[in-house]
Design a protein around this ligand. Structure first.
Ligand code: SF4
Length: 376
C-alpha cells in the first residue's frame, strides 16, 4: 500500500490518560515503599518455597506473629522436600501459635504435590499455583507477582479498602480485581507494587484512622478530598460470635502421665492433641461432666476457667482435674507432652491444672531438658 503524500506526521504515541494515571499512582507507591517497608524475614530471602510458606501463614495471622514463627518453621523444614517428608504431627507442632491449623496440613499436602507432580519446584504461574491445596486467587497472585514478577493482581482486605477510598465508592468484587489489575499492569515492577499496596493498607490507610497526611497517593484520593475515608469503607458489622463451653478434664495417672486424645480431621484445631474435652452450648455441673465423660475417674474437681476467642467463637474453657488409671488412650509423659502439637488454649488448660509444659520449639536447644512442672 502506498502512503498518501498529504498525510500529516503522527505524534509520538502516548499512553492513554487512564494508564498514565495508574502509572503515576504505582510509581508514587513504589517510591514510598522503598523508604517505608517493614523489615520481615520473608522479604530478606525470597524463593518459591519461602514465598509459599509466608503467604499461607499470612492468610489469617498477623504479620508480626508470622515474623516470629516463620524463621523457626524454615529451620525445621528448610526445603519443600523436607516439608513433604515431615509427619502431620511435626508440621502441626511447628505451626503452634499461628492458629487455623488446617493451613498447616494444606501446606504439607502442597509440598507433597510439588515434589510429586512439579519436580520439586514451586509453580511460577497463577494457574499452576492454584492447583496446590490451600492456594486461592489471592495467594497465587501474591507468589506469582512478588516472587516471580508476573503481572498478577492481588486483592485482600487492605487492597480493597485502599481502592475503595481512592475512588470514594464501594464497588463489587469484579471491579476491585479489575482496578487492581489495571494498576499492576501500569506498574514498573508488579511484585513491588503489590507489596506496596498491601503495606499502605496495613500501615497508613488503616480501617479506623487513616493517616492521610503521610500517604503517598493522597493527591489522587477522592475519599481523602471529601473527608470521608473512614466512613465509606468500614467493614460490615461483625456477626455475633457463637458461645461454647469446653470442659477439659486433665486426667493424671499415679506416675504423672497425662491422658491425651487427638481431634478429628474436621473443624477447629484439626488433628491437634488435647486433654479429653466435652464441648457443648452450656456450662455443665461437675456431675454432668462426669456422666458426659463416661469413664471411671476419681477426685474430679474444677481448677478454674478462662475465655478463649476465635474469629467466630467465644469459648469458655472449664478446666477439671481428675485421677484415673485404667483408661485406654495415649498416656503421655513429659517429653511427649512437649513434643505433641497442642493449641495455645490446651496449653493454658494444662497450666491452669498445675502442669507447665515447656515446648521445645519455644526454648533454646541447650535448655530443652525439663518437662512437666507441677506448679501447685
Ligand atoms: Fe487512604 Fe487517606 Fe491515602 Fe486516601 S489519602 S488512600 S484515605 S490514607
Amino acid at each position: 500500500m502506498t502512503a498518501r503524500r498529504d498525510a500529516k506526521p503522527q505524534p509520538t504515541a502516548r499512553p492513554p490518560a487512564a494508564q498514565r494515571h495508574h502509572r503515576a499512582i504505582a510509581d508514587a507507591l513504589a517510591r514510598w515503599f522503598a523508604r517505608n517497608q517493614r523489615d520481615f524475614p520473608w522479604r530478606r530471602r525470597r524463593s518459591g518455597y519461602t514465598g509459599l510458606v509466608a503467604e499461607i501463614m499470612l492468610q489469617q495471622t498477623q504479620a508480626s506473629r508470622v515474623a516470629e514463627r516463620f524463621p523457626r518453621f524454615l529451620a525445621s523444614f528448610p526445603s519443600v522436600k523436607a516439608l513433604a517428608r515431615a509427619s502431620e504431627d511435626q508440621v502441626l507442632k511447628a505451626w503452634e501459635g499461628l492458629g487455623y491449623y488446617r493451613r498447616a496440613l494444606m501446606l504439607r499436602a502442597a509440598a507433597g504435590m510439588i515434589v510429586g507432580q512439579f519436580g520439586g519446584r514451586v509453580p511460577r504461574t497463577c494457574a499452576g499455583l492454584r492447583r496446590l491445596p490451600g492456594v486461592g486467587r489471592y495467594t497465587a497472585g501474591a507468589i506469582a507477582s512478588i516472587v516471580y514478577g508476573e503481572r498478577e493482581a492481588i486483592v485482600d482486605g487492605n487492597v480493597r479498602r485502599v481502592l475503595t477510598r481512592l475512588h470514594e465508592i464501594r464497588r463489587d468484587d469484579a471491579w476491585t480485581w479489575n482496578e487492581a489489575q489495571r494498576l499492576v499492569d501500569a506498574a514498573r515492577d508488579p511484585g513491588t507494587f503489590n507489596e506496596a499496596l498491601m503495606e499502605l493498607g496495613a500501615t497508613v490507610c488503616t480501617p479506623r484512622q487513616p493517616r492521610c497526611g503521610d500517604c503517598p497517593v493522597k493527591r489522587w484520593c477522592r475519599g481523602c478530598v471529601s473527608g470521608l475515608p473512614a466512613a465509606n469503607s468500614m467493614p460490615a458489622r461483625q456477626a455475633r460470635k457463637r458461645i461454647e463451653h469446653h470442659h477439659a478434664v486433665v486426667m493424671r495417672r499415679a506416675d504423672g502421665a497425662i491422658l491425651l486424645e487427638q481431634r478429628d480431621e474436621g473443624g477447629m484445631w484439626r488433628k491437634m492433641w488435647q486433654t479429653p474435652t466435652i464441648e457443648c452450648a452450656k456450662a455443665l455441673r461437675v456431675g454432668e461432666v462426669k456422666r458426659a465423660a463416661g469413664v471411671p475417674m476419681a477426685n474430679l474437681h474444677c481448677c478454674g476457667e478462662f475465655r478463649h476467642e476465635t474469629t467466630h467463637r467465644r469459648i469458655v474453657f472449664h478446666v477439671y482435674r481428675a485421677s484415673a488409671s485404667r483408661l485406654h488412650g495415649r498416656w503421655c509423659d513429659a517429653g511427649e507432652l512437649a513434643r505433641l502439637p497442642m493449641s495455645n488454649a490446651q496449653r493454658k488448660v494444662l497450666a491452669l491444672s498445675g502442669i507447665a509444659v515447656d515446648s521445645p520449639a519455644r526454648r533454646p536447644a541447650r535448655q530443652r531438658r525439663g518437662n512437666i512442672r507441677v506448679t501447685r
